[in-house]
Write a protein that binds this ligand. Structure first.
Ligand code: HEM
Length: 526
């Protein structure tokens, strides 16, 4: 077991009630006589029970099980040719960082080795406020229309009646929403069962924007490549560990950091100009696609290192609140609809899970002063002192303009060009229909990237799960879904689960899909 820190603050401290009063007998309730009823005056006892009754806060609705640590991000290569974002303009810039890894579907006591994507959430405490990168360990995702998210998640959780995970529900949803194929191919490879939380890569998945003060921008995708490589477990080992040590991932990372084997990642960006995006084969806002590295090379920018275990897990990790909408100037969201939806969802759930002042909790509080006109609310530890709670002409707050200069108390508005956004308006149509374009990347993954062993594992992992579905219709539709990726894959899977072979789903050919997109044209300026 890892060594645990012993705090001097607790060594020899005197036991007290929550109001600081010493208690002579902590293990006994006050009562009348030796066997009589208890006394209402016994604040120690009531304090004890009432606080205990409130120890649990809601667990995260997704990503409930996790592990976290602290460290730093250091900029090793500046990106000032691409962005005015202060984090990326000065080589050597180093910021404190908190990272939380997680599985997605299971409850907070579920196994670390479950087949699931892994969350990779990073809080970067910069000199211009907190930038959160709320990433996963896969470069793509299951959906590209956010309205599907709660439905999709429900099918991965427990059945309302049996309270069991349900293979029919799982494949019924996925086979009817085949834009998930790329992510499913990754999930059912051995990458779906990483060997611990700290031995895997992280990806933004979404397209973000790196913006310059003149309003120009490039689209970007961010990659964190584990310096120790992406280590995986085979299905049998992951299953055995789930029983033997459900906290395998937490323990492995805690012990690695404790022993001074600090996990680290090299951070890269891929970038694409708005002009390149116009002729990109896929929609730049499509979260189910990767950007080919040969066309959009990886450019190294920094290092992420985790070198400190939490001293109090609940305070530092459970109460951490990451959101893609916690951004800093010149690092911006793209119009990816799933990302746009997430910008709302995270702070909304934080206010429910942690309260309206969640940003004031020490683990979330920015390193820089927060100055605005928000006031009050429960558990407010920093209420901005005596400063007026409106823009007072006597002591006004100053504003930074969109070029980063202090403007006094004069607001400058946001005048940057949104030119390219007119084109992405067509994304609505683009992202709604399933076409042959959706199967190209999962097919290349199966045929060109996976080794024969990877393919064998994929098929046996899929068969193990799909074989548990009872509905012949769900099985047949799922086999068609995989036939659209690759006929041989589907046929081998059919054989493995003892079902008839299936034909691919009927979808629009790639050339027609691209012509259709070109004809959608520009929508009104957003
Ligand atoms: C956690 C919503 C898609 C990565 C969460 C939480 C919610 C949520 C409500 C719980 C947050 C909390 O309680 O602190 C959504 C919605 C999505 C979506 C509505 C799509 C419409 C994604 C995608 C990614 C992602 C595409 C990655 C690319 C994460 C991570 C966490 C998380 C890493 C855990 C954060 C932590 O460790 O505290 N999501 N999510 N999510 N989500 Fe999403």
């Amino acid at each position: 077991m890892p060594s645990k820190q012993v705090f001097t603050a607790t060594d020899g401290a005197t036991y007290t009630t929550s109001n600081g009063a010493p208690v002579a007998e902590p293990y006994a309730a006050q009562r009348i006589g030796t066997t009589g009823p208890l006394l209402l005056q016994d604040f120690h006892h009531i304090d004890l029970l009432a606080h205990f009754d409130r120890e649990r806060i809601p667990e995260r609705v997704v990503h409930a099980k996790g592990a976290g640590a602290h460290g730093y991000f250091e900029l090793t290569h500046d990106l000032s040719d691409l962005t005015s974002c202060s984090l990326f303009t000065q080589k050597g810039t180093k910021v404190d960082t908190t990272v939380r890894f997680s599985t997605v579907g299971g409850e907070s006591g579920s196994a670390d080795t479950a087949r699931d994507p892994r969350g990779f959430a990073i809080k970067l405490k910069t000199e211009e406020g907190n930038l959160d990168w709320v990433f996963n360990n896969t470069p793509v995702f299951f959906i590209r229309d956010p309205a599907k998210f709660p439905h999709f998640i429900h099918t991965q959780k427990r059945d309302p009646q049996t309270h069991l995970k349900d293979a029919d529900m799982f494949w019924d949803y996925l086979s009817q929403n085949p834009e998930s194929a790329h992510q499913i191919m990754i999930l059912f490879s051995d990458r779906g069962t990483p060997d611990g939380y700290h031995n895997m890569h992280g990806y933004s998945g979404h397209t973000y924007k790196l913006v310059k003060a003149d309003g120009s921008f490039v689209y970007t995708q961010i990659h964190l490549i584990a310096d120790g490589g992406f280590k995986t477990l085979d299905n049998a080992t992951a299953g055995k560990l789930a029983g033997d040590n459900p906290d395998y991932g937490i323990q492995a990372m805690f012990e690695a950091i404790d022993a001074g084997n600090f996990p680290s990642w090299t951070v890269y960006v891929q970038t694409m100009t708005p002009e390149q995006a116009e002729s990109f084969r896929y929609n730049v806002l499509d979260l189910t696609k990767v950007w080919p590295h040969k066309d959009y090379p990886m450019r190294q920018v920094g290092k992420l290192v985790l070198n400190k275990n939490p001293q109090n897990y609940f305070n530092e990790i459970e109460q951490a609140a990451f959101s893609p909408s916690h951004q800093i100037p010149y690092f911006e969201p793209s119009a990816d609809p799933v990302l746009q939806s997430r910008l709302f969802s995270y702070p909304d759930t934080h206010r429910h899970r942690l309260g309206a002042n969640y940003q004031q909790l020490p683990t979330n509080a920015p390193k820089v002063p927060v100055s605005n006109f928000q006031r009050d609310g429960p558990m407010n530890f920093f209420n901005q002192g005596a400063r007026p709670n409106y823009q007072s002409s006597i002591t006004p707050l100053t504003y930074k303009n969109h070029q980063g200069a202090i403007n006094g108390a004069v607001r400058d508005g946001h005048k940057r060009s949104l030119k390219h956004e007119t084109w992405v308006g067509g994304a609505f149509w683009d992202l709604s229909e399933i076409t042959e374009l959706d199967f190209e990347q999962p097919r290349a993954l199966y045929r060109e990237v996976m080794t024969p062993v990877d393919r064998d594992h994929l098929i046996s992992n899929l068969a193990g799960h799909l074989g548990g579905a009872k509905s012949a219709e769900v099985k047949a539709r799922t086999l068609s879904y995989f036939a659209s990726v690759d006929q041989e894959l589907s046929d081998r899977l059919a054989k493995a689960i003892g079902a008839p072979t299936a034909k691919p789903l009927p979808v629009k050919p790639a050339a027609e899909a691209i012509r259709f997109r070109a004809n959608v044209g520009a929508s009104p300026n957003l």
